[in-house]
Design a protein around this ligand. Structure first.
Ligand SMILES: [Fe+2]
Ligand SMILES: [Fe+2]
Length: 342
């Protein structure tokens, strides 16, 4: 889609012609300009006005958009498509949840009058997560156009709910501690864990359209994790001792939370000795991992990447890990709702 600014955008501040026409139509038969009735994630793709679409697409179409029309349904049995579409639909909801979380973080850092170089990257993160939500929702619907009807629970789009309380207001130290905690969990832990998951998904995926989508998301998650570690390193020296202790406690809880949602009920002992290298199988794969892959990636990323980086910040990951709340040992075949951003 063109990134040109059309005459509509240069017009005086007023609704564009299509918006006025929609308003006029709504006067006769009252309805909102966008479809707000669907409870499933195709609602993310509801059209607004051509002007809003152009403004939005200028932000998100930085890479060549995957050719969704090239997806070949005939290559895959319906069961496989339906199962993969559910994964993609849940990813879309998680990605939209990241928009919700990063916008709250942006607001809190702005209230704390954080410098532009730390605040500004969040604009990029926000548009990335919007892109990811659209990519995943489109992929889900392309793979299984009947998904929202056939699997309404798997395609459900509940209101986003952050896994932490709302940001405090007024108290500068309290806001900084809250913001550092969100960065620790959403960016440092969440994005660092999601990066190798996307690396693995690219390895196992056998479909060119799904692979193009995975590659676009993977590239951004590298940057999101990098933002998190530098943002936390920047905020950490400004935290009071009580704030640092609060972050250590959040780390303890978050490690248990991520283990519960990402390791699919597996323990380190259960995966000990299993093959660490993830390879492409013979069977077609539309961008899904097996449960034990999630567990292997979780435990190896915690050990190899998270522990050293957390120690470099000044946190004590070994103490947090030893005292983490123990995950429910319910073996599942796929991760539960992700604790946080992706
Ligand atoms: Fe994302
Ligand atoms: Fe992300």
């Amino acid at each position: 889609m063109s990134a040109e600014i059309g005459p509509d955008e240069r017009a005086l501040a007023a609704p564009s012609r299509p918006a006025l026409e929609a308003l006029a139509a709504a006067r006769d038969a009252p309805r909102p300009l966008v479809d707000l009735t669907a409870l499933t994630c195709e609602r993310m793709l509801a059209p607004a006005t051509p002007r809003l679409a152009r403004i939005y697409r200028q932000q998100i179409e930085r890479d060549r958009w995957p050719d969704f029309a090239a997806f070949d349904h005939a290559r895959y049995p319906l069961d496989l498509r339906r199962d993969a579409a559910c994964h993609w639909a849940r990813r879309a909801v998680a990605e939209y949840g990241s928009v919700h979380q990063f916008s709250a973080l942006t607001r809190a850092l702005a209230e704390a009058r954080i410098g532009l170089e730390l605040l500004g990257p969040l604009a990029r993160l926000l548009t990335d997560e919007l892109r990811h939500a659209e990519l995943c929702a489109r992929m889900a619907l392309v793979i299984d156009p009947e998904g929202p009807t056939a699997s309404p629970r798997e395609f459900a789009w509940p209101a986003p709910l952050a896994p932490w309380p709302d940001a405090p207001s007024g108290d500068h130290d309290a806001i900084l501690t809250w913001a550092a905690g969100v960065i620790l969990i959403a960016c440092c832990l969440g994005e660092t864990l999601s990066r190798p998951l996307y690396d693995a998904l690219i390895v196992v995926c056998t479909d060119p359209v799904a692979e193009a989508v995975l590659r676009q998301i993977q590239r951004d998650e590298h940057l999101h994790a990098a933002f998190g570690w530098d943002a936390l390193a920047t905020l950490w020296p400004a935290l009071a001792p009580a704030g640092r202790a609060a972050l250590q406690e959040r780390l303890r809880l978050a490690l248990g939370g991520f283990e519960a949602t990402t390791a699919c009920g597996r323990t380190i002992d259960m995966i000990a000795g299993s093959e660490l290298e993830i390879t492409r199988g013979e069977a077609p794969n539309l961008g899904t991992l097996e449960a034990h892959h999630y567990a292997v990636i979780f435990f190896s990323t915690v050990e190899r990447e998270l522990f050293p980086a957390l120690r470099a910040i000044g946190l004590d990951p070994a103490a947090a890990w030893a005292a983490r709340p123990l995950a429910r040992r319910t073996i599942s075949e796929e991760p539960g709702p992700t604790q946080t951003a992706s």
